[in-house]
Design a protein around this ligand. Structure first.
Ligand SMILES: *Cc1c(COP(=O)(O)O)cnc(C)c1O
Length: 423
């Protein structure tokens, strides 16, 4: 057992809550976390989120606030903005969106009117809810038209995207997604957006860290607006940013505040600044490339074990496994893996014959295990654990899952996670 972190004030004031935090620290230390949208932030990022910056109201932007007492906050936000501009090579950055979904909503507010047409990738094909999917406010308040991927290759069909754009004349085109294992061709999207005079929003929530580290092509200069969360591969706090050309700066800023939000979360802004400083360091380039190398190695090892991967592999941090040929539903596999100490999520695969709440696939990714220092040499073992867990799930073999859980914890004890208890 590892030593718990100490949270003396919390333990004293609310032992019940402190115990839950401690249990979560243990869980994150002992399990192999393969959810591709998750990560481990550094101790410095964690500390920044727990500072007295939390106590301030700061509606407005640096130098243009509606509250006094902003001497320090203005500098914090300016640091975050300047670092975002430098890391991503953009002319403008807004670091105030509360999270990825509100950031995207701000893009709608900036560049479309209710009822306008927007074009995005369909959720079951790998897109995000906020790209105009029906159950989302974005699909209720706007006319969402959706593109998909080709059957077979599972690659985006740019003929379809161009045809839809010409026919539907969207105000905004979204590219990027949550279950896209291949490189996003920002140039191709940019060409189509320019042809139909649409605003191209590149949603790089999942791959921002890869873009920052040079392990995925940048959407600059093809996209008009870049939306990103800060808590996925970028390894910052839960938050988001909108970046753009200077010509769109005003529209973006007005949409975030006062259009959509009130006071910015200054403690989050501070932690974003810290994460961006980390992302500017040479070691982050190594991290981003290691994430991709690990994902490719993991994909190879799974293919060698007879697994079907959507698009046949990966270019980034994410692998989408279609379990149809294994005769194990995604949810059954995900729950068995959880019992084996391997945390994934069940996921639809393109053209999934099963229902979204009980789909055919699982989605895995390497950002978290790479943050712990696991390298490509360990990926065959990770694939073996996944394979044994899926087989155990098929047979209902709980003993086999318990054995794997022990092996996982034993290996991970040698790879301490940033910000978490160590032995
Ligand atoms: C995660 C994600 C979002 C939403 O971010 P939240 O912080 O969960 O609201 C938006 N777009 C894409 C592509 C994402 O992956």
């Amino acid at each position: 057992m590892s030593q718990p972190l100490s949270h003396p004030a919390l333990s004293d004031a609310d032992p019940e809550l402190a115990a839950l935090v401690g249990a979560e620290e243990q869980l994150q230390a002992d399990t192999l976390r393969l959810i591709p949208s998750e990560n481990y932030v550094s101790a410095a990022v964690l500390e920044a989120t727990g500072t007295v910056l939390q106590n301030k109201y700061s509606e407005g932007y640096a130098g243009r606030r509606y509250y006094e007492g902003q001497q320090n906050i203005d500098q914090v936000e300016t640091l975050a903005v300047e670092r975002a501009k430098a890391v991503f090579g953009v002319e403008h950055a807004n670091v105030q969106p509360y999270s990825g979904s509100p950031a995207n909503l701000a893009a709608y507010l900036a560049f479309a009117e209710p009822g306008d047409t927007v074009l995005g990738m369909a959720l079951p094909m790998g897109g995000h809810l906020t790209h105009g999917w029906g159950v989302s406010a974005t699909g209720r308040w706007f006319r969402g038209v959706q593109y998909g991927v080709r059957p077979g290759s599972a690659l985006i069909d740019f003929d379809e995207v161009r045809d839809l754009a010409r026919k539907e004349r969207p105000k905004i085109i979204f590219c990027g997604g949550t279950a896209v294992p291949r490189t996003i061709d920002f140039a191709a999207f940019g060409e189509i957006a320019r042809e139909v005079d649409a605003v191209l929003v590149a949603d790089i929530a999942h791959i921002a860290g890869l873009v920052a580290g040079g392990a995925h092509p940048s959407p600059v200069p093809h996209a008009d607006v870049i939306s990103t969360t800060t808590h996925k591969t970028l390894r910052g706090p839960r938050g988001a940013m909108l970046m753009s050309r200077a010509s769109h700066a005003k529209a973006v800023d007005k949409a975030v505040f006062p259009g959509l939000q009130g006071g910015p979360h200054n403690h989050t802004t501070a932690a974003i600044a810290v994460a961006l400083r980390e992302a500017a360091a040479p070691s982050f380039r190594d991290y981003a490339h290691a994430v991709v190398a690990n994902a490719k190695a993991l994909a190879e090892a799974l293919l060698a074990r007879g697994y079907d991967l959507v698009s046949g592999g990966t270019d980034n941090h994410l692998v989408l496994i279609d379990l149809t040929s294994k005769d194990v539903p995604g949810k059954v596999a995900a729950k068995a893996l959880d019992r084996a100490g391997i945390v994934v999520n069940y996921n639809t695969v393109p053209f999934d014959p099963r229902k979204p709440f009980d789909p055919s696939g699982i989605r895995i990714g390497t950002p978290s295990l790479t943050s712990r220092g696991l390298g490509t040499d360990r990926m065959p073992l990770v694939a073996e654990w996944i394979d044994r867990s899926v087989q155990a799930a098929a047979k209902g073999d709980e003993d086999a899952l318990a054995v794997i859980r022990g092996e996982v914890a034993e290996l991970l004890a040698g790879y301490p996670a940033p910000g978490l208890p160590t032995d």
